[in-house]
Every structure is written in structure tokens, then in C-alpha cells.
Design a protein around this ligand. Structure first.
Ligand code: NAP
Ligand code: MG
Length: 502
């Protein structure tokens, strides 16, 4: 049995006071009450207690926020040069960096994630990303070209790249500060303005960011933040006739609802980052010393609440037992506890609903005949908070829900394979296609397999290498479009072809 750490580090006074403060919506650089006057309680994942109250924004608030974003798009933001817009973004990056510990503590408190990963990943990656896209603000350009059907001295044609307009950004709860930045940083760099709907479960760092947006000098309306429920505030944003694009990260089911809303309203542009059931494939010739801890990290990091989590492990049969034992041993040694405790390596899940969902998948797996190597639904259930034990299943079949569906928790299914030529089709047996990881020393095999796997990110002898300059996104029902990189900013633009008769 793993001991539960319980030695929360003292919170910064500014974090204490921020959590206690009544939260407000952020519209046109002012903090305002929601039209409904209603608040939504949020949960402390480590204890199950109420942590904070966020405003229940609804359609009326979304209308106000979209109107503010439209005014800024047509007015102040458009009137600024790319260099001036970039300066606001660089300033915001500096401010986030100056408040790094505050953001890390808030994120850990609100999501339950470990303070060590909030410090090492969520906050610094956010800062890098703002600087990366601040750089892009001054580097977008169109092109001139010759027509194919006319001599080149008869027409002059050029293609302009213009901002798409007002962008609705709908955010999930697993990396709230980073995810909101993945959307608004490239949108602002492209010259768009934004209305953000944070996840109701974890809105605090988004609201703290709003205060820094004012400090960084962004004109009113460039970023607006309306907290609230997905089915009210989120749906109103997705339906809004004056929103030109939605950038969404979340579940495939909600992604489909957003597509329908776009179709019903104004055919707004969409970027969708959705779920995954990503394979980790380990060949017998791989360095198992590297493959084992990496395969474990791939599923247990952020307590498995990661869209690209390596949730299906395929291991060549002659090393299967060794690898599964190694991953189980790694999982067994993980220090489970309150995210804010620096010793903690695996925090609680974000909400008690998410915990119930993960436990029900585990119970279904057992009912379907899978065998638990480590973990299971009964462990850690006598303590408060949303704790779930890291769990590994073997003896699975491809039809089981634990093999097919995204669990979004620390649950791994492990399966042996024999024929290297068949592993691509087995790994591709999913309607998802976000990421895949390959471990082998045979680099030709790795590249051949990389070409055959239907996934937007392939990691060879590594896992989860993210970079602002690498496009990220899904094949199949893991989404459409890409975030990060040049593709990520171009996704917030429209092309306009201009032709002059000479
Ligand atoms: P979710 O339920 O799909 O929610 C995502 C966001 O959409 C939340 O802000 C949510 O509001 C909102 N929403 C819900 N219903 C809506 C509707 N009808 N119209 C408009 N917006 C609506 O997902 P989640 O539970 O937050 O996150 C877990 C899921 O996200 C997993 O499936 C995971 O794979 C996926 N995810 C994908 C990536 C990626 O990059 N591909 C990254 C992270 C997570 P509420 O706050 O009220 O729920
Ligand atoms: Mg949700």
C-alpha cells in the first residue's frame, strides 16, 4: 500500500486571497457580475471540499463579450502594428513568468495536479508559447504569384493573409493555463480577438491571467473570459452568429456538438483538439531501461488526464512480462498524495465525477474478464479526495471498453504482440488518432511504422516531446486542424486573393 503524503506546502498569500476573492467575468478589461447573478462552486480535488465560486455566465454574458471582442477587432487591436501587438504579448509572457509560482500553486490547487509538474511543465511551457507566438505576430505574410491561364504581364495577383475575426476559445480542465494560451496566443498574434469559455471545473488560472492581460496593456475586448457551464455559456459561444471561429479542446462528444452548432449558425471555422487512446509499442530489441519508465510516465503523468496519454501498451511477447512488471513496479513506487505536497508524484483526479467515471471503467474491465496486475477500483477509496490508484490491466480483448474508450485516468491496458508487420493495424484499431510511441533500436523499422500509424504525433524512443514549433493535433476523431507552429497561427487566418488587370 502506498503511503498518502499529506504535508501541503504553505500557499503564497496572493494565492490564498485570490481563491477567497469573489470571482467575476472579464469583459472589455473590466471584472463584471454575470447577468444571472448565479455562482458555481468548484471542488478542491485533494479534499472534496468547496474551493471557490465562479460566475455562471450565460448567453447574455457571451453576447456582451462577443460585442466587446468585435469592437476591439474592428478598432483598437486592428489599429495597432504587429510590433505593438507583439509587445503586449511579450509583456504578458514576462508577467506570467514573474508570477510563475503563483500560477503553479493555483493550478495545482484547482486541478489537483502535482506542484512539481505545474512548475516544470504548465507554467514554463505557457511562457515559451507566448514568446513563440509573439515572435510570429511580425512574421505573417501573403504572397504574389503568376496566373496559370494568362501571361504574367496581363494581371497582377497577390494573396493576403487576414485575421479570421472574433474567435471563441473553449478550454478543458487538464492544463487550464496552458490550454487557454495555446488558443489565445496564436489568435492574438494573427490579429484576432477572443472570447474564452474556461472549463467550469478549473477556471481560476484563466481568471488570474485576465488581471495580467490588463497589466500587459492589451486594449479592452481583445481577450474576454466568460466562465460558466458548457451547455449554456459554451453552447452560446458555439452558436453565436458573430463568432468567426471556434478553437476547442475537449472530448470528441462535445467536439461533435460544436461542429453541429457551427453548421446550424454561420459555418464558423473550427479547430478541434479531441480525445485519444494512444498506443505505446515496445519491441523486444528496445532499451527496456528507457522504455519501461517512459511507458509508465506516458500513462501516469497528470494522473492519466492527458489527451495524448499512452493508454494502450503493446509489447513484443518475449519481453511482455518483463515490461509489464517493470511498469507495475514503477507505478507501485509512485508517491500518491495532495498535489501541493512537493513529494507527490501522482495527484487526485480533478473532480469526484471524473473519479467515478474512471472507477466505473475499471469495474467494467473486471466484469469483462480483464485481470488487474496492479491497482483496481477498490484501492484508496477509504480516504477523502479524488484519489485513484494507478492501474494496469492484462488479459484484455479488443472489444473491451477499457481497450477502446478514452478513460482519462491512470489506467493502462497491456497486450502482447508477435508479428511486427501486424502491429500497425492493431494499433490503428481505434477511432482516435492523436499520438503513438515506438520503442526499438531498429531505426528503419521505427520509421516504417511511423509512416503507417494513423496519428498526428509519433514519438520514437521518447514520449510527449512538445514544442511550440511542432504542429500538434489529431487524425480521425482526435480532431481537426493543428495547434502550435506556423500551421497553428495560420489556422486563425483567411486567405484573400486580389487580382488587378494591368
Ligand atoms: P469536455 O466535457 O468536452 O469539455 C471541454 C470544454 O467544453 C469545457 O469548457 C466544457 O464546459 C465545454 N462544453 C461542454 N459542453 C459543451 C457544449 N455543449 N457546447 C460548448 N462547450 C461545451 O471535456 P473535459 O471534460 O473538459 O476534458 C476531458 C476531455 O478533453 C477528454 O476527452 C480529453 O481527451 C479531451 N482533451 C483533449 C485534448 C487535446 O489536446 N486533444 C487536451 C485536453 C483534453 P464545462 O466546463 O461546463 O464542462
Ligand atoms: Mg466537462
Amino acid at each position: 500500500m502506498i503511503p498518502i503524503a499529506n504535508r501541503p506546502i504553505p500557499l503564497l498569500p496572493e494565492v490564498e486571497s485570490f481563491v477567497k476573492r469573489p470571482q467575476r467575468l472579464f469583459i472589455a478589461n473590466t471584472f463584471v457580475e454575470p447577468a444571472s447573478g448565479q455562482m458555481i462552486p468548484t471542488e478542491n480535488p485533494a479534499t472534496g471540499d468547496v474551493l471557490a465560486h465562479i460566475p455562471a455566465g450565460d448567453k447574455e454574458d457571451i453576447d456582451r463579450a462577443v460585442a466587446a471582442a468585435r469592437r476591439a477587432f474592428e478598432g483598437d487591436w486592428r489599429a495597432m502594428s504587429p510590433t505593438q501587438r507583439a509587445a503586449c504579448m511579450f509583456k504578458l509572457a514576462d508577467l506570467i513568468e514573474a508570477h510563475a509560482e503563483e500560477f503553479a500553486q493555483l493550478e495545482s490547487l484547482d486541478v489537483g495536479k502535482t506542484i512539481t509538474s505545474a512548475r516544470a511543465i504548465d507554467v514554463p511551457f505557457t511562457v515559451y508559447l507566448w514568446r513563440y507566438y509573439a515572435g510570429w505576430a511580425t512574421k505573417l505574410y501573403g504572397k504574389t504569384l503568376d496566373l496559370s491561364l494568362a501571361p504574367s504581364d496581363t494581371f497582377f495577383s497577390y494573396v493576403r493573409r487576414e485575421p479570421v475575426g472574433v474567435v471563441g476559445c473553449i478550454i478543458p480542465w487538464n492544463y487550464p493555463l496552458a490550454q487557454v494560451s495555446f488558443k489565445i496566443a496564436p489568435a492574438l498574434a494573427a490579429g484576432c480577438t477572443t472570447v474564452v469559455k474556461p472549463a467550469e471545473q478549473a477556471s481560476l488560472t484563466n481568471l488570474r491571467l485576465a488581471e495580467l492581460i490588463v497589466e500587459a496593456g492589451f486594449p479592452p475586448g481583445v481577450v474576454n473570459i466568460v466562465t460558466g457551464l458548457g451547455e449554456t455559456a459554451g453552447a452560446a459561444l458555439a452558436e453565436h452568429p458573430d463568432v468567426n471561429k471556434i478553437s476547442f479542446t475537449g472530448s470528441t462528444a462535445v467536439g461533435k456538438l460544436i461542429m453541429q452548432a457551427a453548421g446550424r449558425s454561420n459555418l464558423k471555422r473550427l479547430t478541434l483538439e479531441l480525445g485519444g487512446k494512444s498506443p505505446t509499442i515496445v519491441f523486444a530489441d528496445a532499451s527496456l531501461e528507457e522504455a519501461i519508465p517512459t511507458a509508465a510516465t506516458a500513462i501516469f503523468n497528470n494522473s492519466g488526464q492527458v489527451c495524448n496519454a499512452g493508454s494502450r501498451l503493446y509489447v513484443q511477447r518475449n519481453v511482455f512480462d518483463r515490461v509489464v512488471e517493470g511498469v507495475a513496479d514503477y507505478a507501485n513506487r509512485l508517491q500518491i498524495g495532495v498535489g501541493l505536497d512537493e513529494r507527490t508524484q501522482l495527484g487526485p483526479l480533478v473532480t469526484h465525477e471524473q473519479k467515478a467515471r474512471v472507477l466505473s471503467y475499471m469495474k467494467q474491465g473486471l466484469q469483462d474478464g480483464a485481470r488487474v496486475v496492479i491497482g483496481g477500483p477498490d484501492l484508496l477509496q477509504d480516504i477523502p479526495g479524488n484519489f485513484v490508484h494507478p492501474t494496469i490491466f492484462v488479459n484484455t480483448t479488443p472489444e473491451m471498453s477499457i481497450v477502446r474508450e478514452e478513460i482519462f485516468g491512470p489506467v493502462l491496458v497491456a497486450m502482447p504482440f508477435d508479428d511486427p508487420d501486424e502491429i500497425a493495424s492493431v494499433a490503428n484499431q481505434t477511432h482516435y488518432g492523436l499520438a503513438a510511441t515506438i520503442f526499438t533500436r531498429d531505426i528503419s523499422l521505427a520509421h516504417r511504422l511511423a509512416a503507417r500509424l494513423n496519428a498526428g504525433a509519433i514519438w520514437i524512443n521518447c514520449f510527449g516531446v512538445f514544442d511550440p514549433n511542432l504542429p500538434f493535433g489529431g487524425f480521425k476523431q482526435s480532431g481537426m486542424g493543428r495547434e502550435f507552429s506556423q500551421e497553428g497561427i495560420e489556422a486563425f487566418t483567411e486567405l484573400k486573393a486580389v487580382t488587378v488587370k494591368l
